[in-house]
Ligand binder design. Structure first.
Ligand code: TMP
Ligand code: ASP
Length: 235
């Protein structure tokens, strides 16, 4: 399968059409951005690590009956995916309070939440990805009905359960993560985008060392060594 034309370029990936109308190739970029791209950087090999980590996690989820857009990894930077229409929602699941949640609600950083918290943010850079409740989603026609909203929330919780135990076996705490969903050719909602240390927070189980993009957000050093360690632990 070969890349034909560039369909879309996001902060972390480029999407290309292929000669199959229902397949796209996602090329993972080495670029790093944070705070709605106000902070920018790049590390050689970062994209390749995320492509490999994401592929392992999508395969794990597929094995656990989660439908995803993943078809196969073509090489270290390129993933063949089903073509979907992305739902402009960032679905965040949180197990431990940190990041924007601690700032918004004053919860102590590192506090384990009573239950996994599912949040929606509007994927819209111009508006700075505002947080949304279920009614906002319906008012701005992101999701038309409660059935789809509940489906997405339930799916996000199932994904969280699978990932928590998988990472725990690898001595990693899944603190929180962001996922995106899309509609496939049959209009079915399936997991899309990526799951990588760019979109998750992962802490070492014993030391709480950060092994994710917070290293870049907080200028704590290079991300590549941490992402390599994540890959080595999960593969
Ligand atoms: P937050 O605490 O900054 O709201 O982030 C929650 C989770 O979502 C964290 O795992 C990082 C991830 N995330 C993204 O993948 N993309 C984003 O644009 C933001 C803001 C967070
Ligand atoms: N991905 C977002 C950006 O590039 C923010 C983040 O992940 O912190 O701006």
């Amino acid at each position: 399968m070969e890349k034909l034309t560039l369909l879309y370029e996001g902060k972390g990936k480029k999407l290309y059409t292929t000669n199959d109308a229902n397949r796209v190739i996602a090329e993972f970029k080495d670029d790093l951005t944070a705070f709605n791209a106000h902070k920018k950087g790049s590390e050689a090999g970062k994209g390749s690590l995320n492509c490999q980590i994401s592929s392992i996690l999508f395969k794990l989820l597929e094995k656990n009956n989660i439908k995803t857009h993943f078809v196969e990894m073509l090489d270290c930077y390129n993933m063949l995916c089903k073509k979907v229409k992305i739902i402009p929602l960032e679905v965040v699941v949180r197990n431990i309070a940190t990041g924007s949640l601690t700032k918004r609600l004053g919860i102590k950083d590192g506090e384990k939440l009573k239950f996994p918290l599912v949040e929606f943010y509007y994927k819209n850079d111009l508006l700075n990805d505002p947080i949304l409740n279920d009614e906002h989603c319906k008012i701005i026609n992101i999701v038309d009905n409660d059935k789809d909203i509940n489906y997405i929330k339930d799916y996000a919780r199932k994904i969280n359960d699978i990932l928590i135990s998988f990472f725990m076996e690898k001595n990693l705490k899944l603190v929180d993560f962001k996922i995106e969903f899309g509609r496939d050719e049959n209009n079915e909602i399936i997991l899309s985008d990526e799951i990588s240390p760019d979109s998750c927070r992962l802490w070492d189980k014993d030391t709480n060392k950060k092994m994710d993009k917070d290293i870049f957000r907080q200028s704590l050093g290079n991300v590549s060594d941490a992402y390599k360690e994540v890959l080595n632990r999960i593969k």
